[in-house]
Design a protein around this ligand. Structure first.
Ligand SMILES: *Cc1c(COP(=O)(O)O)cnc(C)c1O
Length: 379
């Protein structure tokens, strides 16, 4: 079955009781048992909920996994993975990571005795050197946020497997429409469903997808024990969002290309970070592991004045100034003062996260209108 068909149908069966074509919102906390222990597979809604099960099944199919788990937010999904670890364990990650992930690593889990190392993983040779006997997880995002660096997923998982280390891929920016990390050897795929997968900027939710049953069971135990589950109404909305994922992603990619090309030709723009350009340092890897290049773009302006960037940010009308990404509407943001403000300035500058850097999440509006909006703001 092809991707679009899976997006519409996976996980969803007509309701057995009524024939309702959409999975109902099972707004219930518990389920009646005929006799103690005699139930229909559902006992208590922290553990199971049919609306949630349908969404989890849909995600597992789209990512090519055996099991999906959904969480109250992307960060709750991050939290669940880290609870697989013990004091003394080490995690190796990338140095331009999502700010919230960096924060939970360093501010919540480091005090519990877990160690984190951050390296530039575009060059996988650095990874081999960073691994120690204590390394238990390698954690990557690709494309990275907000510099749109590309990491070779297959090259990373080959090294990880050699050392018996699990690989986590945060696939939020790509979605399974663009890349499926489990097929490239990853062990856990992480999503902030808040972004492209729900796609309508009306839900906060996260997910993990795995292909190993024992790992899935362990994560399910952690989820049930810790309790970071989403409500059934939000599961319903995300399940509805998924039905158009392929159509939205196609448009995000098409608009992304047009906007990236417009920016590249603009005299005030110094550099455009978008993996679809042949001169992008890892374009070749992106072309190999992704089906297209997405609608996330970042760019810098000539000079180094933060005020110039702030003027552009407050000069757009269609591009809304907001955190988040991946919704149908276009967003503009300033990583240094918004999403990445929790990373110290010195750390930001080390990885090239300049003060004039502007990030775009290109939506599914008409590209001509988006370009006109940016042209006016840059002018
Ligand atoms: C937003 C985001 C997260 C966190 O997800 P929430 O749903 O906001 O908790 C994690 N990783 C990436 C790449 C993100 O963009």
């Amino acid at each position: 079955m092809k991707f679009g068909t899976k997006a519409v149908h996976a996980g969803v069966e007509p309701d057995a009781g009524t024939g309702a074509i959409m999975t109902p919102i099972f707004q219930t906390s518990t389920y009646v048992q005929a006799a103690p222990g005699d139930h229909k597979g559902y006992e208590y809604a922290r553990t199971h909920n049919p609306t949630r099960s349908a969404l989890q099944q849909s995600l597992a199919v789209l990512e090519g996994g055996t099991e999906g788990l959904v969480y109250a937010s992307g960060m709750a999904a991050v939290d669940a993975i880290l609870k697989l670890l013990r004091p003394g364990d080490e995690v190796i990650s990338t140095n331009d990571l999502y700010g919230g992930t960096y924060r939970i690593f360093t501010k919540i889990f480091e005090p519990f005795g877990i160690k984190f190392r951050f390296i530039g993983m575009q060059d996988v040779a650095l990874l081999e050197d960073a691994i120690s006997d204590c390394t238990k997880l390698i954690w990557i995002e690709t494309p990275t946020n907000p510099l749109m660096n590309i990491i070779d997923i297959e090259a990373v998982t080959l090294i990880a497997r050699k050392h018996n280390i699990l690989t986590v891929v945060d696939n939020t920016f790509s979605t399974p429409y663009l890349q499926t990390p489990l097929a490239l050897g990853a062990d856990i795929v992480l999503h902030s469903l808040t972004k492209y997968i729900n796609g309508h900027s009306d839900v906060v939710m996260g997910a993990l997808i795995v292909k190993d049953t024992a790992l899935g069971e362990r994560l399910r135990f952690i989820q049930n024990a810790s309790g970071a589950i989403p409500g059934p109404q939000d599961c319903f909305l995300t399940l509805r969002g998924i039905k158009t994922l392929h159509l939205r992603m196609k448009q995000h990619c098409e608009n992304g290309r047009k906007v990236a090309e417009f920016l590249k030709a603009h005299p005030k723009v110094k550099k455009v970070n978008w993996p679809g350009f042949p001169e992008h340092p890892n374009h070749e890897v992106a072309a190999r592991q992704m089906n297209d290049f997405g609608g996330m773009i970042s760019f810098t302006l000539h000079g180094d004045k933060m005020e110039d960037a702030l003027k552009v940010l407050s000069g757009t009308h269609l591009f809304a100034l907001a955190e988040s990404l991946g919704g149908v509407e276009s967003l503009i943001g300033h990583p240094a003062s918004m999403t990445h403000a929790s990373i110290p300035k010195a750390e930001r500058e080390k990885v090239g996260l300049e003060d004039t850097l502007i990030r775009l999440s290109v939506g599914i509006e008409d590209a001509e209108d988006l370009i006109e909006d940016l042209a006016a703001a840059l002018g």
